[in-house]
Design a binder for this molecule. Structure first.
Ligand code: GAR
Length: 191
């Protein structure tokens, strides 16, 4: 059994979608959700789905080995699903090519510090982009710079609001993210 630990900071709709997807699989499952935000809606989702959740502080994440030690015991893969902090070096080094992030735009466009959630969609709107999409990539120590695994695009119209753009992007995320995670794990494990 390969175990995924998800990191999420907010609503957690992707986390829920991934948890539900792997509930239908025998060889891969989501064992825990970790969050930096004690008020995150993802905690309610975990309760409802009966998945363990852990809240941690910035101090624990960046200045101690508590989280990396937990992960070494509990995780084979780490998935960032709407997680807003940079992953520290001790975790990146312990999980080479085993940490997967989703970004709600077509990297390298609209990446980097501060570029998350609605900030991304507002910037896409301001620049009158005719398309946007999702990027699923490995995580290194810099925001949004790890090797790209998968991208998918969607067309935009001039009347799309940032909220409409968010909705189109979420639709792509729900459709592709679980399958891409599964493919990465199966490919690694089969050789
Ligand atoms: C998702 O759109 C995800 O791509 C984005 O946050 C949203 C979280 O939604 N992630 C980032 O912006 C990371 N830079 P969710 O909490 O409902 O899954």
């Amino acid at each position: 059994m390969k175990r995924i630990v998800i990191f999420a900071s907010g609503s957690g709709s992707n986390a829920e979608n991934i948890i539900e997807f792997f509930q239908t699989r025998d060889s891969i499952s989501v064992t825990h959700v970790l969050t930096n935000n004690q008020h995150a809606k993802v905690l309610d989702r975990c309760k409802r789905l009966n998945v363990s959740s852990v809240v941690f502080s910035r101090e624990e994440f960046t200045k101690t080995d508590k989280i990396v030690e937990f992960l070494k015991k509990e995780a084979d893969y780490i998935v960032l699903a709407g997680f807003l902090w940079r992953v520290p070096a001790n975790i990146v080094e312990a999980f080479p090519n085993k940490i997967i992030n989703i970004h709600p735009a077509l990297l390298p466009k609209y990446g980097g510090k501060g570029m998350y959630g609605m900030n991304v969609h507002k910037a896409v709107k301001e620049n009158l982009e005719e398309e946007t999409g999702i990027t699923i990539h490995y995580v290194n120590e810099n925001y949004d710079e790890g090797a790209i695994i998968f991208q998918a695009e969607c067309k935009l119209t001039m009347s799309d609001t940032p909220e409409d753009i968010a909705q189109k992007v979420h639709k792509l995320e729900y459709k592709h993210f679980p399958e891409v995670i599964e493919n990465v794990i199966l490919k690694n494990e089969i050789g």
